[in-house]
Design a protein around this ligand. Sequence first.
Ligand code: TYM
Length: 332
Amino acid sequence: PLRVLSGIQPTAGSFHLGNYLGAVRQWVALQETHDAFYTVVDLHAITLPQDPAELRSNTRLAAAQLLAAGLDPERCTLFVQSHVPEHAQLAWIMNCLTGFGEASRMTQFKDKSSRQGADRASVGLFTYPILQVADILLYQANEVPVGEDQRQHIELTRDLAERFNGRFGQTFTVPAPHILKETAKIYDLQDPSIKMSKSASTPKGLINLLDEPRATAKKVKSAVTDTGTEIRYDAENKPGISNLLSIYSTLTGAGVAELEQKYAGKGYGALKTDLAEVMIDFVTPFRERTQQYLDDPETLDSILAKGAEKARAVAAETLSQAYEKVGFLPAK
Ligand code: TYM
């Protein structure tokens, strides 16, 4: 089977709806058809300042949420990035193949560093995408399931894989992005011109999956909609309603056209009330399952230990090929 790899940052609190619909949902589906590797990227997390105790608990929390969302350790390899030292090792080689100007063009770095104040941003934040390149190439991934905001990083991965292969001989699989059109970009509920995100969204526009379900329902009901009354998918002229239709459609499996029909002649209020219910039905069991994993940290840690072992076997093989190609003298 083809292989997929993807990663998610261990953020404080909980994943948001954009993480789930844009990425994690695809991860769950792909474990059925692909050889799937998924990682909680704690090395990436420290590109911004982290409290050590919180980083540790957020890493467990991230893994618990991934399992609650439906990742099955029997069907995929779930691991913590820092448990597999090969990531940092291959990243160094990739750093040395990346042009300074090339790295400077990464838009996510520009956004994040300008938010921090460019001078205070770490060099780690600058080389963040190159570590991501190593994550992907170590597993010889054919596809990388992510949201639209990661497309540029996958392009960099392809460029560096081709560069390495061109210079040293065929070593790495050149991966393709796996980005689903309907959920590539989930928008803020209060400002549908920006993507839903922890850093840019206001609390009312951001659906955190572990929030109190009634609070989440309230946010859905007070989502900003557009002028007019017609419920129709039109991302350009009706971004608010279109975002709600995408979310509704993905969570229920009902097609957008089907939903347009169902709500023909009804107001925005009817759609929002129903979507609020759909959301409650989704987040309530998700919260419960996450809590169950958190209540049993030994099981959680042993799942992650087994995942790291499986991941390391693959990563070590790729790294040793890369070391040899580059010309490092083997240690005797
Ligand atoms: P992160 O942790 O920011 O986000 C995890 C995933 O969620 C997707 N996403 C969204 N999708 C749709 N709409 C949104 N509003 C939205 N917000 C976030 C992201 O596209 C991502 O897929 N750099 C990565 C983590 C990473 C990685 C990797 C990914 C590290 N190594 C290797 C793939 C392969 C990141 O920061 O994701």
